[in-house]
Design a protein around this ligand. Structure first.
Ligand code: PEP
Ligand code: MG
Length: 324
């Protein structure tokens, strides 16, 4: 069976009724990048820049960051690489930049930290832009966006960094910029965001936790952390519909995209890209190559009428098992 999956590496992700859905990967370290290429990834939907920051004892300099990002961009070129700006706070902290709060998941995290420290943000963007010279496969993504002013401020800083590096002689185009949809407030502002940026990407790990008010890391409430909860599924569906009304592509880069039964629903909802851990990619590809899009859409219609997460999960697993 595993060998069978291995042989799919160079095959496209295409359904029996010829619908093609690009499968990308999430990375953080160079080893992830190499493993992803082994698994036939078509791009990087989320490069978590916190990872290289976490394994150091101080903020990496602009030059160090440039080298780190260039290695990622280069190993995937010409495939697109989505580099997310620093997403610290919440469950991810840096020893050299401690954040102590009562409620870290509702506190100072992601874009909130970097907009309060534009010097960190600007250095990071400048490093990304410089790293992309001659490769042209960079996409910049902003985490934890909850309102239009954050998007506008971040875009202003990105333009500023772009003009700075241009004046230093770097020869690049302004890369596509996207926002993550991972807090409930963002679900209701997709059209406003979509008019200002080039793409959207759902962070379903955080979106699930915030919609259901269930800590994604607390074992005591782990049973309540349900990506198949109707509230989560309806939110995902709405985001895709609204992004497409503005003509903008939308991807998903939470763990959910790496679950074959969930991936079937996500394909039916119309996601333009699914981005997952490299380990899950062969299984997801196998599942999507065995289910026609028309069947997936019928399943989605049925599931959107259901009201129990456990029933939804078993219905999806059963549907997949029936296909082998
Ligand atoms: C998410 O929230 O789904 C996501 C992809 O980001 P992270 O897991 O890094 O918070
Ligand atoms: Mg997140």
């Amino acid at each position: 069976f595993v060998e069978g999956l291995e042989s799919l590496k160079d095959e496209p992700c295409i359904t029996p009724d010829h619908y093609r859905l690009p499968l990308w990967v999430n990375t953080g370290l160079m080893t992830d990048a190499i493993r992803s290429l082994d698994h036939g990834a078509e791009g990087v939907g989320l490069y978590r820049t916190e990872v290289p920051f976490m394994i150091r004892e101080r903020f990496p300099s602009e030059k160090e960051q440039e080298d780190i990002y260039r290695e990622q961009l280069k190993s995937f070129a010409p495939r697109p690489v989505t580099i997310r700006t620093l997403d610290i706070g919440g469950d991810k902290s840096l020893g050299y930049f401690p954040i102590k709060e009562e409620n870290p998941f509702l506190g100072w995290r992601g874009i909130r930290v970097t907009l309060d420290h534009p010097e960190i943000f600007l250095v990071q963007i400048r490093a990304m832009l410089k790293a992309s010279e001659g490769l042209d496969n960079l996409r910049i993504m902003l985490p934890m966006i909850s309102g239009v002013p954050e998007v506008e401020e971040a875009l202003y800083l990105i333009h500023r960094a772009y003009h700075e590096v241009l004046s230093e002689g770097v020869n690049i185009q302004l890369p596509p910029v996207g926002v993550m949809i991972e807090v409930p407030a963002a679900v209701y502002q997709v059209r406003e965001f979509a008019r200002r940026v080039d793409f959207l990407s759902i962070g379903s790990n955080d979106l699930t936790q915030y919609i259901l008010a269930v800590d994604r890391n607390n074992p005591r409430v782990a049973d309540l952390y349900q990506p198949y909860h109707p509230a989560v599924l309806h939110a995902l569906h709405k985001v895709v519909t609204d992004a497409h009304l503005e003509g903008k592509p939308v991807s998903i880069c939470g763990e959910m995209a790496g679950d074959p039964s969930a991936a079937v629903l996500l394909m039916a909802m119309g996601f333009d890209v699914l981005s997952m851990n490299a380990t899950n990619l062969p299984r997801v590809k196998w599942a999507l190559r065995n289910i026609p899009l028309t069947d997936a859409k019928v399943l989605l219609d049925e599931v959107l009428e259901m009201d129990n997460p456990r029933v939804i999960r078993s219905a999806m697993e059963l549907a997949l098992r029936r296909r082998g």
